[in-house]
Design a protein around this ligand. Sequence first.
Ligand code: SAM
Length: 258
Amino acid sequence: MAETRTQADGGMETSYGFREVNTGEKQGLVNDVFHKVAKRYDVMNDVMSVGMHRIWKDAMINALNPRKDAGYRFLDVAGGTGDIAFRIVEASDKQAKGTVLDINGSMLGVGAERATKKKLADNLTFVEANAEELPFENNSFDAYTIAFGIRNVPRIDVALSEAYRVLKRGGRLLVLEFSEVDLPLLERVYEEWSFKAIPQFGKMITGDAEPYQYLVESIRKFPNQENFATMIRTAGFSRVSFTNYTGGIAALHSGWKL
Ligand SMILES: C[S@@+](CC[C@H](N)C(=O)[O-])C[C@H]1O[C@@H](n2cnc3c(N)ncnc32)[C@H](O)[C@@H]1O
């Protein structure tokens, strides 16, 4: 399970891909990755997932089924270039108001430009902040979403506690993340694709394989479905469940603040 560990000097260690690093160091390394890839992030997402991320994200929004009323408030954490927030606003018939939060200004910059082009900017606010320290009051949001973001956060337990704090009673947590593949044949193909093809495509498209090597390794270090569901329960959420997509390549976790 991805977890933080106390070192002899009292500091905390966590995984950065296959390396063990200090929790403080991890965030800096992750930020470098997303500063480097921001401009090509959307293209690479299509390449890396052969377009599947669009289907998984649509399924996430179907599961959320946002209310079509102007009082609906959602927070999309690690929202990057805005894919989840745009879908939620559209699914609410442009009624919902959302905050896209990300620690990385380069990713948010791309997101804000896309929001303007899609004429969704009036429904969205972009906030540069850390998932581990949300700049919002308790009980502020009807929904908290995070897609392909939580495995990059150094202290996942802290981010989940923050999610719980800012949700209203009756609010919903949805986490979409790469997970453990449960079909042996698919797993072999996926392994080859991940470790051989993705870093190569990354190098061809962005000129640098390293960020994509990190992304692939970080997927392997993330807790599997059951272990992550336990972390969500530990943060206080009720009725925790998960749904596998494409044989577990991705999984959607759900929890409620009741
Ligand atoms: C793989 S991208 C996902 C973007 C978007 N949610 C999507 O599905 O396309 C991961 C995002 O997590 C953000 N991130 C990493 N650590 C974070 C943290 N501690 N707090 C908030 N965002 C963080 C990165 O800056 C990056 O934009």
